[in-house]
Design a protein around this ligand. Structure first.
Ligand code: SER
Length: 636
């Protein structure tokens, strides 16, 4: 039986034999293309070759790790929708075109040079042995050239279908809707286990894209100087056809992982009917999660990190609810293979699948990266799971109360403000609200959610109120109120000394500008110049004192607002008034401590790069007097 490792190897060797350079997979986080979040196809890393900006390659073949998040709700419900998958592809950059692309695809799949099988391939040992009568193809409705290429191989016309731009253009519908950039008609090869054309069990195996246009912003299809070939064949689907399985999840790529997922549910008692769907979705998401963390991504609330967080949360919730997994409450857990991982976080369980993901990738080119980051992946994952467990508990009980109330009132839609409340107060992701409400047969008012979300952002921008001390937002229009203030660069004079004589220009009491602040009052003090460092670039602001002729204040924090330094202070004795001549004094001991922490952050960054390599990238930091937080990602 062919293993998936053999499939990868045969494909790449076959195209090497046809003059292609074997190119390693790019990372899921694209190395050279900031315009996309994730690598979603084999062609991504070759964009510059297609556009003629890079000319060192003529032919390439790769097995590319891909991530697509457009169809997450279908994952697990269909035989072969995935978030993470591998794409086998061969590419021509202004070199060969339709005829060779079609002939070689046929040769690789069937091991013959014609439909009738009279001319065996000279590379037969590298080819697969699919029966020609189970294959049928489609071409773009206007693409007679592609049609003729198939006919030349002897493919009966009844097995060639013409489809429109939704099916047979890549990207789909590009002429009508975009995106701009390289695109073209395509020809797809389908496999049908019963040999039917357009049968219900037909599987789309291979997409041959004839990239001949560069779509412009006005919608015109500008012919590329030299036409290209971009093909893509999902490894998981190919494996499923070769093994003759009903879904990708029964192939050797998934089998161990599916067993491990199934094992999670055993202690939890009876499983629900939809558990097969849940098992598949968890298996799918776990592969994406493990690869993303291995590449150095950390869960967060933004962009790529948010996608990772979402995948973890979906998988976690499915495990908990559908498979009734009982997470361990203690922070010591056993992983398959017997190792005891200390410091694993309570309530985590997905991390126990990391090993099975790794095993499913045996013989793949990714084994070294998965081995090297194994512990790191488990730590990051279990920590995120544990944190989510808390959120989930509070948010879900609130959601249940809301859903019950709606059902009692025979309502079918969860109002947007409620969804927003769950998001804002409980950190409960909207995707989960949609999922849980859906399970109860209710819909979610997404537009209402977006309205509430927008309104809150507006509120928080204009808010200016007390919250403990003086709450100053960075949008407070200080310069309008005090037009005489110097430009930003001249306000901070802290490099000259820690003590400066200044004049009070403004006093903000949290609601309005006032002329005087008395003992016990919280106040934002604006000076004409100041030695206080304002919080910026991940370093806390200075603290200290401001002493005037009739009173003094303790500065608890210094921030920038409207490009002006604001000293958040409380008046200790007497009173301070606008136009008072004051002495502003930074607490020297604390400044020194912060300076030391700042140096420590630099040293830590330097050391991380030295030990882990130049890929150790700073992802954020916060420097305080007693503490330095340093976020980084690394590929080690
Ligand atoms: N780029 C095409 C696809 O993603 C073929 O590789 O289907």
């Amino acid at each position: 039986m062919l293993q998936s490792a053999d499939l990868r190897e045969r494909f790449l060797s076959f195209f090497e034999a046809h003059g292609h350079t074997r190119v390693p997979s790019d990372s899921l986080i694209p190395s050279g293309d900031p315009t996309v979040l994730f690598t979603s196809a084999g062609m991504n890393q070759f964009k510059d070759c297609f556009l003629g900006k890079r000319t060192d390659l003529k032919r390439a073949a790769s097995c590319q790790k891909c991530l697509r998040t457009g169809d997450l709700d279908k994952v697990g419900k269909t035989p072969s929708h995935h978030s993470f998958f591998e794409m086998l592809g061969n590419f021509s950059f202004g070199d060969y075109f339709k005829e060779e692309a079609i002939e070689w695809a046929w040769e690789f799949l069937t091991g013959t040079l014609d439909y009738a099988g009279k001319r065996p391939s000279p590379q037969k040992r590298l080819c697969l042995d699919l029966p020609p009568e189970r294959l049928w193809v489609s071409v773009y409705e206007d693409d007679d050239e592609a049609l003729r290429c198939w006919q030349k191989l002897g493919m009966p016309t009844s097995r060639i279908k013409r489809f429109g731009q939704a099916d047979n253009f890549w990207p789909s519908n590009a002429p009508k809707e975009g995106p701009n950039g390289p695109c073209g008609p395509c020809s797809e090869i389908y496999y049908d286990p019963e040999g039917k054309v357009q049968g219900p069990n037909s599987v789309e195996v291979w997409n041959l894209v004839f990239t001949q246009y560069d779509r412009q912003s006005d919608g015109t299809l500008k012919p590329l100087p030299k036409p290209n070939i971009d093909t893509g064949m999902g490894l998981e689907r190919l494996a499923r056809i070769i093994y003759d399985m009903p879904t990708d999840y029964e192939t050797e790529l998934f089998i161990q992982l599916m067993e491990a997922v199934n094992g999670l549910g055993l202690r939890g008692g009876a499983q629900r009917e939809d558990s097969l769907y849940a098992q598949r979705a968890i298996a799918d998401h776990m592969r994406a999660i493990v690869f993303l963390i291995s590449e150095g991504l950390l869960p967060s609330n933004e962009s790529r990190g948010y996608v990772l967080r979402l995948l973890i949360r979906r998988a976690y919730r499915l495990g908990l609810r559908v498979l009734a997994v009982e997470p361990e409450t203690e922070g010591r857990n056993q992983v398959p293979g017997g190792e005891m991982i200390q410091r694993m976080h309570p309530k985590a369980f997905l991390y126990r699948l990391v090993d099975a993901v790794r095993n499913g990738m045996q013989g793949s080119p990714y084994t070294p990266e998965l081995m090297a980051r194994y512990e790191h992946v488990m730590q990051v994952l279990s920590q995120e799971e544990s944190q989510f467990a808390g959120t989930l508990q509070a948010g879900e009980s609130r959601l249940r109360v809301l859903l019950e109330a709606l059902k009692r009132e025979q309502q079918r839609i969860l109002p947007g403000e409620k969804v927003f409340e769950l998001y804002d107060t409980y950190g409960f992701p909207i995707e989960l609200t949609v999922d849980i409400a859906g399970e109860e047969g209710l819909q979610v008012d997404r537009r209402g959610f977006e309205r509430a979300f927008g309104a809150q952002q507006k509120r928080s921008r204009s808010a200016s109120q007390f919250s403990g001390g003086v709450f100053v937002t960075d949008t407070l229009p200080i310069r309008q109120a005090i037009p005489s203030l110097l430009p930003k660069e001249q306000l901070f004079v802290g490099y000259e000394g820690l003590q400066v004589d200044a004049v009070i220009q403004g006093l903000w009491d949290g609601k309005e500008w006032v002329t005087q602040a008395a003992a016990g009052q919280s106040v934002g003090i604006v000076l004409d110049r100041s030695p206080f460092y304002g919080e910026a670039g991940g370093q806390v602001g200075d603290v200290g004192t401001i002493d005037g002729p009739r009173g003094s204040a303790d500065v608890q924090q210094t921030t920038w607002a409207d490009d002006v330094l604001v000293h958040r202070a409380s008046v200790r004795a007497g009173s301070l008034s606008v136009q008072d001549a004051v002495r502003a004094q930074v607490d020297p001991e604390r400044r020194l401590k912060v300076a030391r922490s700042h140096t420590a952050a630099h040293m830590l960054h330097w050391a991380l790069r030295k030990v882990l390599g130049p890929e150790a990238v700073q992802a954020g930091s916060f420097v305080e007097a007693e503490r330095v937080r340093f976020d980084f990602s690394s590929l080690q």
